[in-house]
Design a protein around this ligand. Structure first.
Ligand SMILES: [Zn+2]
Ligand SMILES: [Zn+2]
Length: 254
């Protein structure tokens, strides 16, 4: 598997951090995790193509995680080049609430986003697990909004990658993250000003102790957080987990 960080920031406009979005290459597929503002541009900056994406997984419906879906579908519809060899379907996975959300968007944007070149399919509702070609995705309810999910990907070599989406510390997060090869964890509030429904550096420390992932990447980074101090303090207090603070366009092999 390979993870590409498209956006490591929050909703807050920042020079070097875009809104949440990640590409995951897994078993010959490219999957997009969340699609915050700026995702289309970040895909291009990463040297990737929007047509390579076969699936999108939405962790939840907040604006900073969904806002570039319409620009993405608009780009598919009016793409100016020959697309006859490209993937025809785009599968979108999320909580059952996503389907209602998508139909509301269609009420406004339908004529600009529905196209034969790229057809959106919303597969059977995710409950706990979906089995795809050569990998599986498990879904855990997060402690954030009603429809928020944590995703755990397991490839054919049994390597595991967990994306927290937005969540507070909770038992499901520990369960999903246990012994993960890579955990992509949000840190969108600080210890000084913790926000309910989000992680903080102290909560991440507690999670590392409880779940013992092999490595973590800290993302969705709140502007108040001093990233150098964060990485140093987390690295100092454990010797079994490698810790990286995400940068936009960084690539990590899993
Ligand atoms: Zn959120
Ligand atoms: Zn968020």
């Amino acid at each position: 598997m390979k993870l590409i960080i498209l956006g490591s920031g929050t909703f807050y406009p920042e020079k070097n951090r875009s809104n949440p979005a990640y590409l995951l290459d897994i078993e010959g597929e490219t999957v997009l995790l969340d699609c915050g503002s700026g995702t289309c541009r970040q895909i291009a900056k990463a040297g990737r193509n929007i047509w390579d994406i076969s699936r999108i997984f939405f962790s939840h419906l907040h604006i900073d995680h969904t806002n570039d879906l319409i620009p993405l579908l608009f780009a598919y519809k009016y793409y100016p080049y020959d697309v006859s060899n490209n993937l025809k379907n785009l599968f979108i996975h999320g909580h059952p609430e996503f389907e209602k959300f998508y139909h509301k968007l269609l009420e406004i944007y339908k004529k600009w986003i529905i196209s034969n070149k790229r057809q959106v399919k919303i597969p059977a509702i995710i409950q706990n697990e979906i089995i795809l070609n050569r990998y599986k995705v498990q879904c855990f309810k997060a402690d954030h909004t009603e429809e928020s999910l944590i995703f755990k990907f397991t490839d054919s070599c049994n390597k595991t990658f967990v994306y927290s989406g937005d969540t507070d510390y909770c038992e499901n997060l520990v369960l999903a993250s246990r012994s993960a090869d890579l955990l992509l964890i949000e840190c969108s509030s600080s210890d000084e000003n913790p926000i309910r429904g989000h992680m903080t550096p102290k909560k991440i420390q507690k999670l590392i102790k409880a779940a013992k992932p092999s490595s973590i990447i800290i993302t969705h980074i709140h502007p108040e957080i001093n990233t150098k101090a964060l990485q140093a303090s987390l690295s100092e207090t454990n010797n079994y987990c490698s810790i990286i603070v995400a940068d936009d366009l960084a690539e990590v092999e899993i």
